[in-house]
Design a protein around this ligand. Sequence first.
Ligand code: BGC
Length: 350
Amino acid sequence: MEKTKYGSLKEIGEVSLYTLTNKNGMSISVTDLGATLVKVLVPDRTGTLRDVVLGYDTPEGYLENTCYFGATIGRSGNRIDKGRFVIGGKTYQLDINDNENDLHSGNHGYHIRKWEAIKADDEKNSITFTLFSPDGDQGFPGNFKVSVTYTLTEENELVLHYEGISDADTVANLTNHSYFNLGGHDSGSIEDHVLTLAAKSYTPVRDNQAIPTGEVAPVDGTPMDFTFPKAIGRDIEADFQQLIYVGGYDHNFVLSDKTGEQRKMAEAYCEKTGIVMEAFTDCCGVQFYAGNFITPQEGKDGVPYGKRHGFCLESQYYPNSINQAGFPSPLLKAGEKYDTVTSYKFSVRA
Ligand code: BGC
């Protein structure tokens, strides 16, 4: 593990960059600002290293980060209807920061906090970051102690392990918001990437505010079907109400009706570079977001980023599940352990 100074921020102080490298030359860099994944260098089919995630050169970029590039999202990723929910008969109110709803836990997300790097394990090639989120933080009940461990294996697998505990019943639903581009972060649209999702159903949204209706609908016979390898761009502009509502893919795909069992959730392939990414999780859902709302901006190395230059596979509880009795519950009981693993594994196809 290599630690370097990343910068110094008025609001936060010194922030560092931690880099893990494996024997194949693959490396990942993570900053304690937001426990954010800044860089993922993967060999392509010619052996050239490509940085396959979008991001910024400086920590200042991550303080703005309205797209949440690489960010660790918490205490609860995705949307909560009107930012409101009830636990134990008491109503809790979060920030309203996305139309009439809460998105990614409001204005003071975990992605703009300084996390503490507590443990580097050279044998496992891992680094652990921890954060204390007090009772009432963002509007949630319970003092919540949370950590995320990044591991890079010799099999080119990036493993994210989230652990947490709260002293009162709360919502726990963390995710990582990396935008992948297997052609390299500087290679433009991801619409040519071929994607497969292990999801026979998804949760349709009510309208353009993207809160699920509560139904679980089959993907079969619709543009939402990624049960077979399909270019992301093939159907993305289809005349299909669900896509029109949110400007392309930005939906929760149903992996299971429960959490806890590791399974492959997705595979993506970029023909240009030969890079394949397989993704695994024990979560019940994944937000497949095609980067429809990436506003034109300057990213790493001064590269101009824009609409659909990266895609996200955010493992999660279904959106607004705290308010949907029919969805698996994201409620974390007092004293119980929150423990979940999502990983992204890279290889090449000749
Ligand atoms: C949401 C998108 C949103 C993006 C960035 C994703 O998790 O599903 O609707 O635009 O995050 O905020």
